[in-house]
Write a protein of this length. Structure first.
Length: 409
C-alpha cells in the first residue's frame, strides 16, 4: 500500500521527518509520568530500560535495510542513531567522530541534550536514573542491531559538575572482536514478533532526483531536503513504525506490572492522550495550519497514531475520518484504544489543532467514523497533554543547518 505520506511534497516531507523523530522521542514524556505515579522511580526506570531494549534493535535494522547502510562498524551505528527517535536532530544534538585508521572505534558528545534539560529540575536522582541506569543498557542494546560486540562507555555524564558543564556528556564507542556478545533483551522476541516489526513498505524509487540511500559518508547533520521524495516518505513511515514499536514495548512492560486491567488501561490510555495532543500541536504548527476541521483531519492523516498506511486503515474525506480494523488492531497499537466509548485521544488530537474542535464518533471498537466539528467554547487541555508538554520538546524549534561529511579523526 502506498505511503500516506507520499501525498506530501518533497519540501513538506523534509519538514515532517524531523518533526516525527522529535515526536517519537517525547513518547516517554507522556508515559513515564504515569508509570512514576503508579510504581515509583525504580520501576519507572525498569520500564524505560525494557521498552527501549526491546524496540530499538528491531527498528534500527529496519532503517539500515531501507536506506542501504547495513554494516558492522561504528559508522553504521552512528548513521542509525541519526535516524531514530532516541536521538532526534538538534534536540538531542549528537556530535560524532570516528577513528581515522579504524572505523570500529569512535565516540560522540551531546552539545544539547533536551532530555537532560527536562529531567534536571527533578533532581540528581532522576538524572542518574536516565543518564546512568537507563542509558548503560539501552545504548548497548541499540548497537546490537549493528554489532553485538559494540560497547558505548561514558567519558563523562550528568549529574553535571559544575552545573553548567558543557558538552552535556561524552561517550566512546568501541567494537572489539574479543569482546563477548551483548545479549539481547528477553523481551525483544515478543516485540519483534508483532506485525509492525516485519511490515512491508513500498520500496524507494532510485530513479528519482535526490539521495535514495545513506550508503555514502557519515555526515554531521542529515539534510533531509536532499533526499528523494520516495526516500523521505519511506523514512517517515519507518519513523512511525519506530514509534509504534516503542509504544508497544511500553505497553508490554506496563502489562507485566499492572495489578489489574483498570491500572493498565489508565497508564496506556493517558500515555496515548498526552502524546497524541502534543504531537498534533507540533504538526499543526510545523505546517502553518489555521485550525479548521479540515486542518485537523489533515493532522490526523499525518499523525503517527494513524500511520503508516500499510499498518493502520485510515481514510479522510473533508472533515470526516474513518478507521477500520487493521494489523494495528491485531498488535494492540494506539488506534485500538480509540473507539466511540473512548474518544479522548481523538479529541486531544483535534484540540491540539484548535481547542474549539470536537469529534462526533460512531461505530464500534474495530470500525468507526468521526466527524470533526467546531464548538463555541474552547475545551480545557487534557491533564495528560499538560504533563507531556512539560518537556521543552513540545515547543522546540529546529534550525537550518549545513551538513558536512564527517571526516575521521
Amino acid at each position: 500500500m502506498a505511503s500516506r505520506y507520499s501525498q506530501l511534497s518533497r519540501d513538506e516531507l523534509a519538514v515532517l521527518v524531523p518533526e516525527l523523530l522529535l515526536i517519537g522521542h517525547l513518547i516517554d514524556r507522556a508515559g513515564m509520568a504515569y508509570a512514576l505515579a503508579e510504581w515509583g522511580p525504580d520501576e519507572m526506570t525498569q520500564i524505560a530500560i525494557e521498552e527501549w531494549m526491546a524496540a530499538s534493535p528491531v527498528y534500527t535494522k529496519r532503517m539500515q535495510r531501507a536506506l542501504q547502510f547495513e554494516g558492522d562498524d561504528v559508522v553504521t551505528i552512528f548513521k542509525g542513531m541519526q535516524l531514530e527517535i532516541g536521538a532526534p536532530p538538534q534536540f538531542m544534538d549528537f556530535r560524532y567522530w570516528v577513528n581515522a585508521d579504524d572505523p570500529y572505534h569512535g565516540g560522540f558528545h551531546l552539545d544539547h541534550c533536551g532530555a537532560l534539560l527536562d529531567v534536571e529540575p527533578m533532581g540528581d536522582h532522576m538524572v542518574k536514573n536516565m543518564c546512568h541506569d537507563i542509558e548503560d543498557p539501552t545504548f548497548d542494546a541499540t548497537a546490537v542491531a549493528t554489532n553485538p560486540k559494540a560497547r558505548m562507555r561514558p567519558i563523562h555524564r550528568p549529574p553535571r559538575t559544575p552545573s553548567d558543564q558543557h558538552p552535556h556528556c561524552a561517550w566512546t564507542v568501541d567494537i572489539d572482536s574479543s569482546s563477548e556478545d551483548t545479549q539481547p533483551s528477553p523481551h525483544l522476541a515478543v516485540i519483534a514478533a508483532l506485525k509492525v516489526g516485519s511490515l512491508d513498505l513500498d520500496p524507494i524509487d532510485h530513479a528519482e532526483p535526490g539521495a535514495t540511500d545513506y550508503s555514502g559518508d557519515l555526515v554531521s547533520d542529515i539534510d533531509f531536503a536532499g533526499f528523494a521524495h520516495s526516500a523521505l516518505a519511506r523514512i517517515a513511515d519507518e519513523v512511525a513504525i519506530q514509534q509504534h514499536l516503542l509504544n508497544l514495548s511500553f505497553v508490554h512492560a506496563v502489562r507485566a506490572r499492572a495489578k489489574d486491567d483498570d491500572q493498565f488501561q489508565r497508564v496506556v490510555r493517558n500515555q496515548l492522550i498526552g502524546h497524541s495532543g502534543m504531537a498534533a500541536e507540533r504538526l499543526a504548527r510545523a505546517f502553518g495550519l489555521m485550525g479548521t476541521p479540515q486542518d485537523a483531519a489533515l493532522v490526523l492523516a499525518l499523525h503517527p497514531v494513524m500511520n503508516p498506511a500499510a499498518y493502520v486503515d485510515f481514510t479522510r474525506d473533508g472533515a470526516t475520518v474513518t478507521v477500520s480494523r487493521s494489523a494495528a488492531h491485531d498488535d494492540g497499537a494506539w488506534v485500538s484504544l480509540i473507539d466511540p466509548e473512548h474518544p479522548e485521544a481523538l479529541q486531544a488530537i483535534v484540540r491540539g489543532v484548535n481547542a474549539c474542535l470536537d469529534v462526533e464518533i460512531t461505530g464500534d471498537a474495530d470500525s468507526w467514523t468521526a466527524r470533526i466539528v467546531e464548538t463555541a467554547t474552547p475545551a480545557p487541555e487534557a491533564e495528560a497533554v499538560q504533563l507531556t508538554k512539560f518537556s521543552r520538546g513540545a515547543t522546540f524549534e529546529f534550525q537550518t543547518r549545513k551538513t558536512l561529511p564527517l571526516f575521521v579523526v
